[in-house]
Design a protein around this ligand. Structure first.
Ligand code: AKG
Ligand code: FE2
Length: 223
């Protein structure tokens, strides 16, 4: 019944969502989105294939493949000891450049841009039912900004505060091509994905169903 009425899709406004957190709608061109989806199709095959990470024995609904460092709840390793023991693919140079461009687009200062060297990316795939509970990205030692890119179906992204999973938070729409950067006072804010909006992927983005999200990060780890 509820589906007969307007679904709760948040507004899609660019700008500052919270101090330190900025949304830039339509940041990636369709061509860039499609090119990244082509890379994704290779990443998922391995050497460490895409998988649902297990949290306290339960598989997450989101599936993840990593670049540079492998993330598992709740640490980074070079080898995917929770999957097949293989070493993850190296972090691509083009993604470092893209990360710096993202900081430029969100008005970070020159020193922050120059020193930004992301060394891990968590590449998530969401089908229409997938969700991501409210969490902090805090397994990194570095507190450099997190750069998030979305491709495919849009989602409702909940961005909250650093104190608790609860209010205050803002619900924003992340659509295909959008950039979201959170750093500074927002770096440890709780956030999650409450809903994927099925069949909203635009023509030409390279993905006909589901949603890809890439978060690049600086781990601050050596070796
Ligand atoms: O899918 C998203 O937009 C957020 C992903 C995320 O928070 C994470 O991978 O830690
Ligand atoms: Fe996160």
């Amino acid at each position: 019944m509820t589906a007969l009425f307007t679904p709760e899709i948040p507004e899609r406004d660019g700008g500052e969502v919270a101090p330190g957190a900025t949304l830039v709608p339509d940041w990636l061109t369709r061509e860039q989105q499609k090119w990244i989806v082509d890379q994704f199709r290779e990443w998922v095959q391995g050497p460490v294939p895409i998988r649902a990470a297990k949290v306290r024995g339960h598989e997450m609904s989101v599936r993840t493949v990593c670049l540079g460092w492998h993330w598992q709840p709740y640490k980074y390793t070079r080898e995917a000891t929770d999957v097949n023991g293989a070493r993850v693919l190296p972090f691509p140079d083009w993604m470092i450049r893209l990360g710096r461009d993202a900081l430029k687009a969100t008005r970070h200062d020159a020193a922050a841009i120059r020193s930004y060297t992301p060394d891990t990316a968590l590449v998530n795939y969401y089908d229409a039912e997938a969700r991501l509970g409210m969490h902090q990205d805090k397994d990194e030692i570095s507190r450099a900004p997190v750069v998030s890119l979305s491709i495919g179906d849009s989602c409702t992204f909940r961005f909250g505060n650093a104190e608790s999973r609860g209010k205050p938070y803002a619900d924003v729409l992340l659509a295909s091509g959008d950039l979201f950067v959170f750093g500074g006072p927002a770096r440890l804010a709780y956030h999650g994905v409450t809903k994927v909006h099925e069949s909203t992927a635009p023509e030409g983005c390279g993905l006909s169903r589901g949603r890809i999200n890439i978060t690049m990060r600086m781990t601050g780890l050596d070796g």
